[in-house]
Design a protein around this ligand. Sequence first.
Ligand code: F6P
Length: 362
Amino acid sequence: KKRIGILTGGGDCPGLNAVIRGVVKSAIIGRGWEVAGFEDGFDGLLYDRGPRTLGFDDVRGILPRGGTILGTSNRGNPFSYPVEVNGTTVFTDVSDRVVKRIRELGIDALVAVGGDGSLKIALELMKKGVPVVGVPKTIDNDLMETDVTFGYNTALETATDALDKLHSTAESHHRVMIMEVMGRYAGWIALESGISGGADVILIPEIPFELNSVCNAIDARRCRGSKFSILVVAEGAYPRGGSRVVQKKADETTAIERLGGIGAFVSRELTSCLDMDIRVTVLGHLQRGGSPSTFDRCLGSRFGVGAVELIERGQFGEMICLKGRAIRSVPIEKAVRKLKLVNPGGQMVTAAKELGINVGRD
Ligand code: F6P
């Protein structure tokens, strides 16, 4: 009888509970294994208390729930763990403690559910002898080697719904509406929700934008009789020749950030070239919350089951993934080598352009 551990690391996203439920059910049903849930991501591996033994009762009714019943954390990297020493934070390698604890708890394998940061940590633990399998999670959809990550679809639905709502008010007031969405370095959420929500301009990090081009596009619409425009701006977008904003250290701020983010920056710049009323909506963490979509519930559940199957077959160091409609696996190492970004010359961008959407360049 095996005892497997599970943790959810990094930013939360819709569908995490489906994965947890999938792991718990498939480990218990037919296999009779025990599942230990570590709380608050990798932090939980260092707690004196826990882990929680997860049974059917713990996962009952969690499928429609957003977030993660295990909690998560962005900080608990055991290879660079923040420790307070005389009032200053010192980053220390506590991975030996973690490995020892996992052994003492009799954990035969660890399921790490996370984005590229968490999966990199999982890989390092694997190198120290912890049998690990990975499950790719992020609303940003920026992980290589899987067609899609769970959470992305729900974030898209939230963003598209917001665009529908902004459309009606933009039209009534003849306004330019800028909606800033998440995605970190990647423009997937902006591009796909922008196409689905009928945006007029989509700005993504992969295509540094030219304000003249954006201004002309909105003006051209006005000349054609469309008195409002909808812009979707990825948080990582930046002007040509400028610098990006996201993924900075806590004490670093960039010029764009000081202006309140890229949405505010674009608004300010457009004010000088357009005689129109402009409003900005930052969708923020709404994109990470809420009940997962049907797609994400199903994908999360299949990923959970797939992770248990990987453990059963002894395929450690592998990450479960989606290829086409099939669940497969790849070495975690391959998945975290670089981020999956939008191809500026690819089909999705080309389709946007053919739909008459300005992507920040002529
Ligand atoms: O990676 C998911 C994500 O939501 C990004 O889109 C965003 O840049 C970041 O996390 C926000 O992180 P936090 O929750 O720490 O503000």
